[in-house]
Design a binder for this molecule. Structure first.
Ligand SMILES: *Cc1c(COP(=O)(O)O)cnc(C)c1O
Length: 420
């Protein structure tokens, strides 16, 4: 095997770099579900930009639309000026996403990252209610800026803040307290004026905790949460940055519960092509921003508006994408379930096309991820102790590609088990 030339990364690039350590090669090109490194070795991508590449790398339909736009000197940087690209995107969000689902929301363009959308959502909820406290959940992940970190669980990430992370109180996520009614603590503290927990502006939740270890909230749990918030005048924020854009089957991950959150955050795959973009959706009466109250230089990434719009129109007109994702997800689930029967000390969980293979011995997950890389498969680990190998293939992966990747994963687990 050729050793990759990585000197400049090791001598010049900051220590903060992360994924390059797990995947020590230099990637060059990519198409669909496949990445190719500079030596021509191919890797099947079951990571998909942490969920930013639901439509695959360099999706040909999106690429052509982007090329046409660039060649035509379409606006690239637009702050929040009105542009043809943004009008097209807003009209498509209305016609393809909102109207068919009976959803009435206003659309905000925050800065182009998930964390920025979360910051905007938290600011708005506090402004509307005049309250400062927020409830979040155990093992949550909402991003790296201070507000987003304050509602994130991971201790190492929190420690990086360098200031106290306050005004947020974590509640047990679905299944966190095994065998206990998950809401008994939350309901009791909310309804006891002397519980010591201030009445919150909002509750922020992921329907499936991606970074937190592929923890899946049941539909009835999400419904109960929505009811509990509504009855108490607490705003419900669903952070759909990773699980939205069809990852769990339907476009919005909360559709499975039949709820309509007060505020929704989207990013990662909303730009379609891996280009930065984020959205905050809010019920119309909650749009209490004053002009420019939340702003940002890169809110108008019009190239992402073009690819995001084409992705919505191409993939989300009709119910085909949802049905295909659920069918492929079932294929993945069956394969993983069979693996847990073969390999003791493993279990699996997931929804749609996000799945985790959980190892009782957490150290095995990192080894499996590392061997998988050598075999030509990219899978990352997640969870409190990085005990979960997380599968996040592009939604456009074919059944053959999924079978191939699952075969490589099986082989990686065999190798790790044999070495034991
Ligand atoms: C990735 C992620 C974020 C943060 O998005 P960035 O673009 O990295 O700032 C927020 N929430 C969830 C659920 C995420 O998965």
């Amino acid at each position: 095997m050729t050793v990759a030339e990585t000197t400049v990364f090791e001598t010049l690039e900051s220590n903060v770099r992360g994924y390059c350590r797990a995947w020590p090669t230099v990637f060059d090109t990519a198409r669909g579900c496949w990445l190719t490194d500079e030596n021509g070795k191919e890797y099947l991508d079951f990571f998909a930009g942490a969920g930013s590449l639901n439509y695959g790398h360099n999706n040909p339909v999106l690429k052509q639309a982007l090329i046409d736009y660039l060649v035509g000197d379409g606006i690239t940087h637009g702050l929040d000026m009105s542009t043809v690209a943004k009008r097209r995107l807003l009209e498509t969000i209305r016609d393809v996403l909102l109207i068919p689902r009976g959803m009435d929301y206003k659309v905000q363009f925050p800065g182009p990252t998930g964390a920025n959308a979360v910051e905007a959502a938290l600011k708005l909820a506090r402004k509307i209610t005049g309250r400062t406290a927020v409830l979040n959940f155990t093992n949550a992940f909402h991003g790296m800026t201070l507000g987003a970190l304050s509602v994130t669980g991971n201790a190492a990430k929190r420690a990086g803040a360098g200031v106290p992370l306050i005004h947020a109180t974590p509640m047990p996520y679905d299944g966190y307290l095994e065998g206990v009614d998950d809401f008994s603590w939350m309901r009791r503290t909310l309804d006891d004026s002397s519980s010591g927990i201030d009445k919150p502006a909002a509750v922020i939740v992921e329907t499936v905790q991606g970074e937190g270890g592929v923890n899946v909230a049941r539909a009835e749990w999400l419904r109960a949460l929505a009811d509990m918030c509504a009855a108490r005048g607490i705003l419900l924020i669903v952070d759909d940055v990773q699980m939205g854009c069809g990852r769990t089957g339907p476009f919005f991950s909360f559709e499975v519960a039949g709820i309509q959150p007060d505020i929704i955050t989207l990013s990662k795959s909303i730009g379609g092509y891996g280009l930065p973009m984020a959205l905050v959706l809010m019920k119309p009466e909650l749009d209490q921003w004053t002009p420019g109250e939340h702003n940002g230089t890169f809110r108008g990434n019009n190239a992402a508006f073009i690819t995001g719009e084409v992705a919505l129109r191409e993939y989300w007109t009709g119910a085909g994408m949802e049905a295909a994702t659920l069918a492929k997800g079932e294929h993945i689930r069956k394969h993983l379930t069979a693996m847990t029967e073969t390999f003791s000390g493993t279990s699996t969980r997931g929804r749609g096309m996000v799945h985790g293979l959980v190892f009782d011995d957490a150290s095995q997950a990192a080894k499996v991820s590392s061997i998988a890389f050598e075999l030509g498969l990219l899978v990352e680990t997640s969870g409190s102790n990085d005990e979960v190998v997380k599968l996040l293939p592009p939604l456009v992966a074919t059944e053959d590609e999924l079978t191939h990747g699952l075969g490589l994963l099986t082989r990686a687990v065999e190798i790790v088990r044999d070495a034991h």
